[in-house]
Design a protein around this ligand. Sequence first.
Ligand code: PEP
Ligand code: MN
Length: 351
Amino acid sequence: MKIAKFIDKKPFVIAGPCSAESQDQLLQIATNIKSSVDVFRAGVWKPRTMPNSFEGVGKLALSWLKKVKDVTGLQVATEVATAKHVELCLESGIDMLWIGARTTVNPFYVQEIAEALSGVDIPIFVKNPIHPDLSLWIGALERLNNKGITKISAIHRGFFTYESSAYRNDPKWELPIDLKRNLPDLPIICDPSHISGNIHLIEEITQVAMDLDMNGLMIETHNNPSEAWSDAKQQLTPKQLINILDKLVLRKKNFEDSNLNNELNFLREKIDILDSDLVEKLNLRTSLVKDIANLKLENNITIFQLDRWFQILEERQNQALRNSMDPKMISDMFKLIHKYSILTQSKIMNK
Ligand code: PEP
Ligand code: MN
């Protein structure tokens, strides 16, 4: 992919309300945050889960964003979901656009947007798809890139999960890390507002994003959050936003001191040895799983025995607790090991 650099500071901050509600509202927020942010955001067309919710002011709000740009000098951004949205935004001089999580999932829409943007040289941000599918995210970025859009960036806004979670959208940090591994030059912006779903986790998520070397932040900010027409629970006041940005710690990428560097390398070598042991142990475990599968096959027994699985899960979690480890980490790990154990057994038993 040909990626052009358009973000040259860290963190690059995009902030503003979830939805544009009135010209005054936008001007008030923008004036309050303008010295701390790089781009002002506001949703004009809102993809809502339920019909009859507020679906955005629409086209009229584009002129309000233009006004914000003229009055404050801030660059402005909004979400597009169709070619028509793109056309209207370009006519109104919107500086940057983003594709929302509900749109990234649909290759037809992404393609339509990419075509409407061809020949246009403005920055486009692609939010992760709602579910954790890295290829779909990369595919959307590629569709844009194929139409000559090079100022592209990804926005990590977390992923839908059925599991109970402290987050509205589970961060699954391994996905943006994998994205960076696939596309090292692609800037990634973290959206702690949609990950968190409330204002309490935003500071922590923002710091994690910086520690993971993400390039920027998109944070929803409203002059009167509790009265917001959408996402009321997760929007910060301008003052709260500025406070969080001021407290952010930007850590260095490497140690300058060579002794510290040696110590880090020493610890990493120990980790490498342990990881290699883990893989060898998993290999031994797989051999035992295969022996069990053959035994079950010869004696006509089902692959999956519920009691045995519950017993494994409970014992391993208790062991974790005895070691003051997070039992969820261990149960997540064993769920994965168990999934592959069933796959290995079913291959043997169904051949
Ligand atoms: C938004 O940014 O307001 C929005 C709708 O986000 P997402 O697409 O991440 O849900
Ligand atoms: Mn929102």
